[in-house]
Design a protein around this ligand. Structure first.
Ligand code: FES
Length: 106
C-alpha cells in the first residue's frame, strides 16, 4: 500500500532589515540563522543567551510566540525592557494569518 503524503507548511513573509524572507511557522529563527544572516542580522550563540541578535519588532508582534523565560532573562540582563524588543534567534511564528512581520536589528 502506498501513501502520498503532502504536508503544507505555512510560510510567512518576514521583512528583516528591509529584506523580505519566507520563514516557516513553528521554526525558531535561530535554526534558520544562515538564511537570516543574509539580511544583516548578527548572531552569536543562537540559543537566547548572548543577546547579540536583539531586534525591534516593528510589525506583527502578535504573530509571534511569547518570549520564553530564558529570553526574558537575557533581555533584562542586557537592559532591554520594551515589549517589542526581542531576540531574533528566539522568535517563532505562531499565527498563520499574518500579513507581514517586520523586524529591524540595531
Ligand atoms: S544569538 Fe545569542 S541571543 Fe540570539
Amino acid at each position: 500500500m502506498f501513501c502520498i503524503c503532502v504536508i503544507f507548511v505555512y510560510m510567512a513573509k518576514v521583512k528583516v532589515n528591509k529584506k523580505v524572507l519566507d520563514i516557516p511557522a513553528g521554526v525558531r529563527f535561530g535554526e534558520l540563522h544562515h538564511e537570516i544572516e543574509s539580511a544583516g542580522v548578527e548572531f552569536g550563540c543562537t540559543d537566547g543567551q548572548c543577546g547579540v541578535c536583539v531586534c525591534t519588532v516593528k510589525r506583527g508582534l502578535e504573530c509571534l510566540a511569547e518570549p520564553s523565560e530564558q529570553e526574558e532573562e537575557t533581555l533584562w540582563r542586557i537592559g532591554e525592557y520594551e515589549e517589542n524588543r526581542r531576540l531574533t534567534c528566539q522568535l517563532v511564528i505562531e499565527k498563520e494569518d499574518c500579513d507581514i512581520i517586520e523586524l529591524e536589528t540595531d
